[in-house]
Design a protein around this ligand. Structure first.
Ligand code: ADP
Length: 197
């Protein structure tokens, strides 16, 4: 069973593209939402986050306090690294367990969607990587209309923490262009057919 990663900078359209694969029946592992789920519910990860970031990491009701966590790691690269160092391995293990169930179900291939596929080291668990590409100005405009709570400065800050488009394109096995230069669906269908073979 092939393991395909799908990545792209914020606003590139990787979630939309992953949804197209899902509509074709491909199992998709959404790393960002699984990470959020595990931070909220996984007992081992909860204990590690509490130890690292203090008792305020969870409210009295036991709910993850995102505002506290964001404030703790905001603009502090060492704290971001510490947070990622706890979350990424837990997501990696969760992904392996999920892969095993998909394999047992006889799936020809699966997709792992992640914003930070290279940065997290997750690419090592994958056979091939798709990068979804759109130029930065198009991505910024899309994100600003999608996320009304984000300012242009917020979007720039997120983009500056991600690997550059050049490096992602260079490292990718496949590129899906979502920059209005070509239709997206035929690109998805062609890759789906190749992976099934
Ligand atoms: P990502 O997951 O890479 O951050 P999304 O898939 O959420 O990106 O896409 C970002 C936003 O841009 C979403 O609101 C999406 O609906 C929109 N979008 C994506 N691709 C296109 C496109 N080709 N044309 C117009 N809007 C698009």
């Amino acid at each position: 069973m092939l393991r395909i990663g799908i990545t792209g900078g914020i606003g590139s359209g990787k979630s939309i593209v992953a949804r197209l694969f899902a509509a074709l029946g491909v199992p998709v592992y959404d790393s960002d939402s699984r990470a959020k789920h595990l931070m909220a519910h996984d007992p081992q990860l909860r204990a590690q986050l509490l130890a690292a970031f203090g008792p305020e990491t969870y409210t009295a009701e036991g709910v993850l306090n995102r505002v506290h966590l964001a404030q703790r790691v905001f603009k502090d690269a060492a704290q971001v690294a510490q947070l990622n160092g706890l979350v990424h391995p837990r997501v990696g293990a969760d992904f392996e367990a999920w892969v095993a169930t998909q394999k047992a179900a006889g799936q020809p291939y699966i997709l792992k969607e992640a914003a930070l596929l290279y940065e997290s080291g997750a690419y090592r668990q994958l056979d091939r990587i798709i990068t979804v590409y759109a130029p930065p100005e198009v991505r910024a405009a899309r994100v600003l209309s999608r996320d009304t709570h984000r300012s242009p400065a917020d979007v720039q800050a997120i983009m500056s923490q991600q690997l550059s488009d050049e490096e992602k394109l260079q490292r990718a096995d496949y590129v899906i262009y979502n920059d209005d230069s070509q239709f997206v669906l035929p690109q998805v269908l062609a890759l789906d057919e190749a992976f099934r073979q």
